[in-house]
Design a protein around this ligand. Sequence first.
Ligand SMILES: [Zn+2]
Ligand SMILES: [Zn+2]
Length: 330
Amino acid sequence: MLRGSGRWASQFKNLHKINTKNKPPFFTFSTGTDSADSKKSQPSSAPPPIQVGFTESAGRGVFATRRIGAGELIHTAKPIVSHPSLSSLHSVCYFCLKKLPNKPLFQRDGVSFCSQGCQNQSQDFHEIEKRADWSTFDDYCQTHGLKYPLLVKRFACLVISGFASASSLDILQPASLSPEMIPLMEKEFWLLRSTFQDADITAEQLVFLTKQWYSGVLARIRINAFRVELACGSYEDLLSSAAASVEAEGAVGNAVYILPSFYNHDCDPNAHILWLENVDARIMALRDIDAGEELRICYIDASMDHEARQTILAKGFGFQCNCLRCSSHQ
Ligand SMILES: [Zn+2]
Ligand SMILES: [Zn+2]
């Protein structure tokens, strides 16, 4: 397993940079356009103050369409696909990754949910999933410390159940898979495919599940999946004087989103992604951002030194970082 791959976006210590004096951070929702600034009571369904455009050096990027204040919630995002980590399987909701009470009320076929709503939303893909015996597949992932095949498995179940399109992730940038990863990936692919076949999923239902589809999805998940770490505490806790020491518990799972994946990396980011109680991501401004400025998040643990950051970014994400902080070797 390649350490450092997958996005690690929770540098909660960065929160101390937020200036909370003048405005209520987090709660301000975008009013969408400059002209809408005067209409203070815009509904929260207004489009976020961002647009996706092209950067000079990093391809696609996300830009502010108006001034965004420090601490402002820029937008939220629901995942296309998510999965609890195997170690969190019985402590978080199988659908939304919310921490479960000691005695979960909503259990079905060996998995637990935080609510009836999550159980209902899981019904279609779980109907497909529970038809198969996943013990060999899960054991393989457990033994090899693999987390991404679990996301592909759930994505495949979503596709078979008609809940997602097989091409839903195509818009994301793929990682280039190294030659030594190909045989490992093929093994995962055959395990996944044979598990479905043994469960009497028809050839027609599995027509999308080719080696090419698997490798394309895995290559996208590899660099676009976020480690989901739930922040301890509430909005208020995050904003309190203790904000600088707010810590996240360990990762409860992994998830892939579309819009959050369009943010480029910076080792001294102006935006930040966090999870409060479940897999729904919140992207917020870490400092004041001008209209037209590119919004960047940090893909890795920003507290690492220059050399460690460069190594992980090159290995896990395939690029050399030329951000201001790296340029000055900080
Ligand atoms: Zn839930
Ligand atoms: Zn950098």
